[in-house]
Write a protein that binds this ligand. Structure first.
Ligand code: NAD
Ligand code: ZN
Length: 252
């Protein structure tokens, strides 16, 4: 860790100490330390062209078994990963009554696994799924393990045998409106928006920093790469989320 990064982490921690209504916004970067690759880093999932097609709503309709195969190859730890220090920090801030909500683009369920309760998953979750026909809902982890062991290719509904789809928002799907509305409300009322591990380029989620600033909140960004919002942020911490999370847990 360089001196500049260490100083920026201290500034971010100081900003968190003086805030009373923090909202966190997390992207794939908060889970890379848990072994789940992100999309846009070098070597991230986005470098695989097949992904965009397979992970789309159309891709799922055409080849649902291929969708599961690709998802589990590309994110093999998704259902096994454990929360990182940064996930734990957010859960602790909520328990202390300082953090009102976590908004996440992630589909890995790690915020809830860390103990966060007020979580807005704007891209849904891979942990649960539902039958495309009768809408029965399912916990997905056991299906993922069966696919990995080669026992099934496609999770099917126990009641009607129709394919089960994970509750994720795919390219071409609409955002879940109530979740999005809840996220917007939380941001409008926060006094500090803490962005963790997001390149802030996926809309409409990338609008949230603007919304926070418009309502007078401070913006703190922790991301190893620069973002378009850095010039508007009160603190930018350009280092590793692992360092930030571990240090912040000792002080907050
Ligand atoms: P992104 O891939 O666009 O950006 C991740 C950012 O995190 C990058 O700027 C990268 O530099 C930074 N980063 C990665 N590891 C870091 C670390 N250890 N410390 C500090 N910074 C780090 O992610 P996004 O903006 O969240 O968008 C990707 C989309 O893909 C999301 O919509 C999400 O639904 C989906 N996705 C989710 C998961 C997951 O659930 N864990 C994983 C991959 C993709
Ligand atoms: Zn069914």
């Amino acid at each position: 860790m360089t001196n500049t990064v260490a100083q920026a982490i201290e500034q971010a921690i100081a900003a968190l100490q003086s805030a009373t209504r923090i909202v966190a916004f997390s992207g794939a970067g908060i889970s890379t330390d848990a072994g789940i690759p992100d999309f846009r880093s070098r070597g991230g999932l986005w470098e695989d062209d097949r992904l965009m097609e397979l992970m789309s709503a159309r891709g799922f309709r055409h080849d649902p078994a291929g969708f599961y195969q690709a998802s589990l190859q590309l994110m093999p730890n998704l259902h096994r990963a454990q929360p990182t220090a940064a996930h734990q920090l957010l859960a602790r801030l909520e328990t202390q009554g300082k953090l009102t909500a976590v908004i996440t683009q992630n589909i890995d369920g790690l915020h809830q696994a860390a103990g966060s309760r007020a979580v807005y998953e704007i891209h849904g979750s891979f942990r649960t799924g539902h039958c495309l026909d009768c809408r029965a809902s399912y916990q997905m982890a056991a299906f993922y393990e069966q696919i990995e062991r080669g026992e099934i290719r496609l999770p099917r509904c126990a009641r009607c045998n129709a394919p089960i789809k994970p509750d994720v928002v795919l390219f071409g799907d609409l955002l879940p409106f109530a979740v999005w509305e809840g996220a917007v409300n939380a941001v409008e009322q926060c006094d500090l928006l803490l962005v963790l591990g997001s390149s802030l380029v996926v809309y409409p989620a990338a609008e949230l920093p603007n919304l926070a600033l418009k309502h007078g909140a401070r913006l703190v960004i922790v991301n190893r790469e620069p973002t378009d919002y850095d010039r508007l942020a009160h603190v930018v911490t350009p280092g590793e989320l692992g360092d930030f999370g571990r240090l912040a847990l000792t002080k907050l």
